[in-house]
Write a protein that binds this ligand. Structure first.
Ligand code: IPE
Ligand code: IPE
Ligand code: MG
Length: 239
């Protein structure tokens, strides 16, 4: 292993898994095949985090609220893959003591996807080794708007006073309120944008972009990102 300081691991790593389409192009394959190849990297990244024993949460961006703009064929390939992945991998994930959480809007998802997602969460709810937080039909702005709507409803019902709306109250109404802030945000395939991912939670995250396309991402890439993270000086506005 590289020179990782195991006493200073990021508690929460979030990954924007990008580059499946480019990987497919490069290999003369379909985009669906690119996504399929990306599933191996999901496995590798979960294993790598689990092995480090100290990373508490791994968040993966699987499908954004904007990804509905893709062709129907690609969208259905992505959701098909998600169900296949859950059926193949969930028991292993469970055996590893990993708790699955799903972050995103439930509206718009099919009954079948919803029941797979719910099963993943209930099956693993008592696990404490690590949390795997999967963003599906997720948008950072949607999450913030949904939290604001919940606050407004509670205020209108008389259950909350305007003076009590602060950062903490807001954070408690996010999709997965117990998540700590993101420490390390990784994006693959060289892009340097957030694409609407975890806007609230990344406010002081260290961002590492890697050139590797997501289907080629392996344990060593995660280690490289952590090594780069550990060379940064985090300041949180102080000096
Ligand atoms: C990321 O790969 C996977 C998802 C968005 C679901 P892309 O499909 O965005 O791949 P590129 O960016 O076109 O290469
Ligand atoms: C972000 O990647 C979404 C996921 C990884 C699920 P995109 O490929 O959709 O983002 P843009 O379009 O390049 O910004
Ligand atoms: Mg992309």
């Amino acid at each position: 292993m590289r020179e990782l300081d195991l006493t200073r691991l990021p508690r929460h790593i979030a990954i924007i898994m990008d580059g499946n389409g480019r990987w497919a192009d490069k290999h003369g394959l379909t985009r669906a095949e690119g996504h399929e190849a990306g599933a191996k990297s999901v496995r590798a990244s979960i294993e790598a985090c689990r092995e480090l024993q100290g990373v508490e949460v791994l968040s993966l961006y699987a499908f954004s609220t904007e990804n509905w703009r893709r062709s129907e064929a690609e969208v259905s390939a992505l959701f098909g893959l998600l169900s296949k992945y859950i059926h193949l991998e969930l028991e292993n994930i469970h055996k590893e003591g990993i708790r699955v959480r799903i972050m995103g809007r439930r509206e718009g998802l099919s009954e079948r996807v919803l029941s797979d997602l719910e099963y993943s969460e209930t099956r693993t709810r008592d696990n404490r080794q690590m949390t795997l937080n999967v963003a599906i039909n997720y948008g950072g702005r949607a999450e913030i708007a949904d939290a604001a709507r919940r606050l407004a409803r509670e205020a209108a019902a008389g259950a909350l006073r305007a003076e009590d709306v602060d950062e903490e109250a807001f954070a408690r109404r996010l999709y997965v309120p117990e998540l700590p802030d993101v420490d390390l945000l990784i994006r693959t395939s060289g892009e340097m944008r957030l694409s609407n991912f975890m806007l609230w939670q990344v406010s002081y995250a260290e961002i590492v972009t890697l050139g590797v396309l997501w289907p080629d991402f392996r344990k060593r890439h995660l280690h490289e990102a952590i090594e780069r993270y550990q060379k940064r000086q985090r300041r949180f506005g102080g000096r």
